[in-house]
Write a protein that binds this ligand. Structure first.
Ligand code: ATP
Ligand code: MG
Length: 411
């Protein structure tokens, strides 16, 4: 039997919560457009391989969290768990490689089968950006600056920390991997079952484990920075110097790795201490190998994505809408005129509230409830002379004015 409720881990967004998520997305859009990013909308589902082959087959997302299904044609499809793989798929299939750099942003629902808790949903919204075709640290600096400006514009600048690390290039990664494997083997018995498995397939993933026993082992693991080669070190130095120049504060966190396989060089997260265990609000990094791995050319990339609901929860002020004007007819004959006046006021750009029934007193109460600033009261007698009453609902003062001066007076 169908229950009249939404599926576990999904939510109806409306009222204040919806206003806040909408604000996060619109502030994000206006910031990143200043940097030259254009919006792209890719499908909510893709062929399963788009994710399974590219996110890494030991990642949490691929092993435990994807919503995969077979469609009626027998095709294996997956509801997208993140945005980058789909955008890069579009970048390749739409032939965008001809015109680099390409700067894209997106906003939309993502789906992960996770254990629902505060800030962790099964359907959630991400806003994200991808910059393709720039291999120099300039891209890393700009993309982090953009994330920072976005968070500041939401009024959250003071509550957020930028955590940053470098995974280096392939040579550095291989060198680190070797040291890490040796260390993890020496501590094999203390690892979780998942991590014992990861140790064989993708040992770096162990660093990202959320299991307590793994965290204890990881605390003593060799540091990534000691394995970076000269080229990777100087790349990372250039990124940090660039951030210093812009006055962006960061914290180098040598334990920061990202959960997906495709990252190299710079990885970063913006975190807050206000959401408990779900403190990461925005995360990203460089993915120089991904386009090629997906069948495109050698095109470097870097991007980030933020959890829109997590950011929305941090906004303490409700998003204010302009206060409406209430249009109130008195007596049935004024109804038609009221509709007409409301229509004209809306066309002139005002937000207008109209109760659809009730006497003057009832309608006044509704106008106050809607937080209207002013009421236009339309009585038949005044109307016959071409007038209406304009009442200030804050101080109670009212005046009779000619209808044809109404818009001018309200402005
Ligand atoms: P976590 O370690 O919290 O699981 P993640 O590494 O899986 O995060 P990303 O894939 O980097 O997260 O996603 C980017 C952002 O999207 C996160 O920082 C977070 O703000 C948000 N996000 C990720 N998963 C969820 C979810 N299940 N519900 C709500 N927001 C989420
Ligand atoms: Mg996760």
């Amino acid at each position: 039997m169908n229950k009249v409720q939404c599926v576990r881990g999904t939510y109806d967004l409306y009222g204040e919560a919806k206003r806040k998520t909408k604000k996060v997305i619109s502030v994000g859009g206006s910031i990143v457009e200043k940097y030259g990013f254009e919006e792209i909308e890719t499908p909510v589902f893709e062929f399963t391989e788009v994710f399974s082959r590219n996110l890494g087959d030991t990642s949490d997302i691929v092993t435990k969290e994807m919503y995969c299904f077979e469609d009626r044609g027998g095709e294996s499809l997956t509801l997208r768990p993140e945005g980058t793989a789909g955008v890069v798929r579009a970048f390749i299939s739409e032939g965008m490689q001809q015109n680099l750099p390409v700067k894209l942003y997106y906003a939309g629902p993502m789906f992960r089968y996770e254990r629902p808790q505060k800030g962790r949903q099964r359907q959630f919204t991400q806003f994200g950006v991808e910059l393709l075709g720039v291999e120099t640290p300039q891209a890393d600096i700009e993309i982090i600056a953009m994330a920072y400006e976005f968070i500041e514009n939401l009024g959250l600048g003071g509550t957020i920390t930028v955590e940053i690390n470098s995974l280096g290039d392939k040579e550095s990664r291989d060198a680190y991997r070797e040291k890490l494997v040796a260390y993890l083997r020496a501590n094999y018995d203390r690892l979780s079952e998942d991590s014992k498995n990861r140790l064989e397939k993708n040992p770096l993933r162990v660093l990202d484990s959320k299991e307590e026993c793994d965290k204890e082992v990881v605390a003593g693991a060799p540091l990534y920075q000691d394995s970076l080669n000269e080229a990777s070190k100087s790349f990372f130095e250039a990124v940090l110097r660039g951030l210093d120049n812009l006055g962006i504060k960061y914290h180098v966190n040598n334990r920061l790795v990202r959960g997906l396989d495709y990252y190299s060089h710079t990885v970063f997260e913006l975190t807050t201490d206000k959401l408990g265990a779900q403190g990461t609000v925005l995360a990203g990094g460089r993915y120089d190998g991904l386009v090629e791995q997906m069948g495109g050319g050698k095109v470097p990339g870097i991007g980030w994505a933020c959890g829109v609901e997590r950011l929305a929860m941090l906004l303490d002020e409700d998003v204010s809408l302009p206060r409406p004007i209430a249009v109130i007819p008195v007596g049935g004959e004024a109804d038609a005129k009221a509709l007409e006046i409301a229509y004209q006021l809306r066309k002139a750009g005002f937000r207008v509230d109209q109760a659809y029934g009730g006497n003057l007193k009832k309608r006044m109460m509704k106008a106050n409830k809607a937080n209207a600033a002013k009421a236009v009261i339309i009585g038949t007698d005044e109307l016959a002379e071409g007038n209406v009453t304009l009442r200030d609902l804050d101080c109670g003062e009212q005046q009779i004015i000619p209808l044809d001066r109404l818009i001018e007076r309200l402005k």
